[in-house]
Design a protein around this ligand. Sequence first.
Ligand code: AQP
Length: 337
Amino acid sequence: LARVFSGIQPTGVPQLGNYLGSLKNWVTMQNSGQYGELFYSIVDLHALTVPRDPRVLRKETMEMAAAIIACGVDPQRSVLFRQSAVPAHSQLHWALGCITPTGWLNRMTQWKSKLQSQSELQSQGGLLTGLFTYPILMSADVLLYRATHIPVGEDQVQHLEFARDLATHFNKTYAHLFPLPQVILTRSKRIMSLKDSSRKMSKSDPNDLSRINLNDSDESIRLKIRRAPTDSIPGITFDPESRPGVSNLLSIYAALKDMPDPGEAAQAMASMNNKQMKDAVASAVVDALAPIRDRMRRLLDDPSHLEQTLRDNEARARDVAEQSWREIAQCVGLPHY
Ligand code: AQP
């Protein structure tokens, strides 16, 4: 039976790229009724790879839970849980790490770019081990639930290829336990920063103007889009190579309006100038995000209810994960209770 798993790091309020590249798909897959079970995780163990104040992590974890439910994930129909509440993630992480060649980790582009961008850390003893083994933990997340379908953004495709390779390696080394998970991409794939079109939009980007947060006010959304760089070419066309700024805004518009092709959005706006185009995009974003922001605020007004919702879901996740871990433990020769 098809089973869905996906995760998101509680590293801030989700931004529009998280929503269009991933969370929107979580909801569509849930509502399609095509999948047996859906596991959606707030991956707080992954978030520890970037050290932060424990109080901030706890606060951002609850904001993430509220944001996910506000986007339409229904905790009665999907299992929404904190990764750390299910110890089998860490257990499987270790078992998988023990069969993972370090060369596989050295090849990961996210690791390589971190090596380049954080070269100053080298003098303090190097980057943290958790960042290096991140792809093993992500593989454990997916394989623990024997997930078949993984809705993620394009930036995570290499990590999922890694998980497939590791599943194959485990299946050959021990026994055929894991199905190979399949990536489900949204059409919009990758939303770029509103300040630098060569980088993806990211919730931890220090510049708040580079992204739209799911709880931004209407005024803030309009301001950020108004300030996004475009170009001086007349008319509106979709051409990510030579018009990255305009094309990013068209991708956002098309994704929000469920248009299969951003080129269609460009045609509809062909005679507009940049300002008119930006107004249209901003209105589409405001219309989509205002109800999410309001639901999020209401959920955060009742933290004990939100906590209880997570705890109920975490018991369901643990049932499945513990059963799965017992089979894995038996395969590798560990005691299984
Ligand atoms: N710009 C993006 N466009 C499309 N999809 C995106 N995703 C992230 N940014 C974009 C997708 O969101 C999901 C959850 O991501 P994550 O929080 O687990 O990690 P991330 O990819 O590292 O996201 P951020 O926002 O950039 O977080 P930080 O700043 O903490 O690193 C994933 O499916 C991802 O593909």
